[in-house]
Ligand binder design. Structure first.
Ligand code: RP5
Length: 154
């Protein structure tokens, strides 16, 4: 099955913070792939990916980044697909405890929205992507309903 969700991240160093995201997508049976690209260090790659993402078959993009976290906003500028941003705060990498990445993602200007999750909230990014896909796909809706029922039973 071709990936429905692209999981992007600004650095290899962010990848451990995305394990909860990819595990949850796996748990829900949502095909996805993970790619590292940076709005600052590899801007041409970001543009190329985002501008072609819809025609490649992706339906939702999750973009995670830390510090001046411009990746989700730049991706959103190049695609009409819904973009879910995950601000990353790696221990010791940010002098302002992640407030930099949180505000960089939350404070998008009008016209180019990005859904902003909690700091390191990558599991919720997967669940939010699932909620979007559940509007269209019965298998995702059923998987999400099972997940919510199991969560309520605990
Ligand atoms: C951001 O800078 C990345 O998303 C990462 O969270 C942070 C540090 O990146 P590295 O210096 O570890 O590559 O762009």
């Amino acid at each position: 099955m071709p990936p429905r969700v692209a999981v992007l991240t600004g650095s290899k160093s962010d990848v451990p913070s995305l394990e909860a995201c990819t595990q949850t997508l796996d748990q829900l049976g949502i095909a996805h792939d993970l790619q590292v690209m940076s709005a600052h260090r590899s801007p041409a790659r970001v543009q190329q990916f985002a501008a072609q993402a819809a025609e490649q078959g992706y339906e939702v993009i999750i973009a995670a980044a830390g510090m001046a976290a411009h990746l989700p906003g730049v991706v959103a500028a190049w695609t009409r697909l819904p973009v879910i941003g995950v601000p990353i705060a790696q221990p010791g990498t940010t002098a302002v405890s992640g407030l930099d990445s949180l505000l960089s993602i939350a404070q998008m200007p009008p016209g180019v929205p990005v859904a902003c999750m909690a700091l390191n909230g990558s599991r919720n990014a997967a669940l939010y992507a699932a909620a979007i896909l559940a509007l269209k796909y019965d298998d995702v809706r059923e998987a999400l309903e099972r997940f919510r029922a199991e969560q309520s039973a605990i």
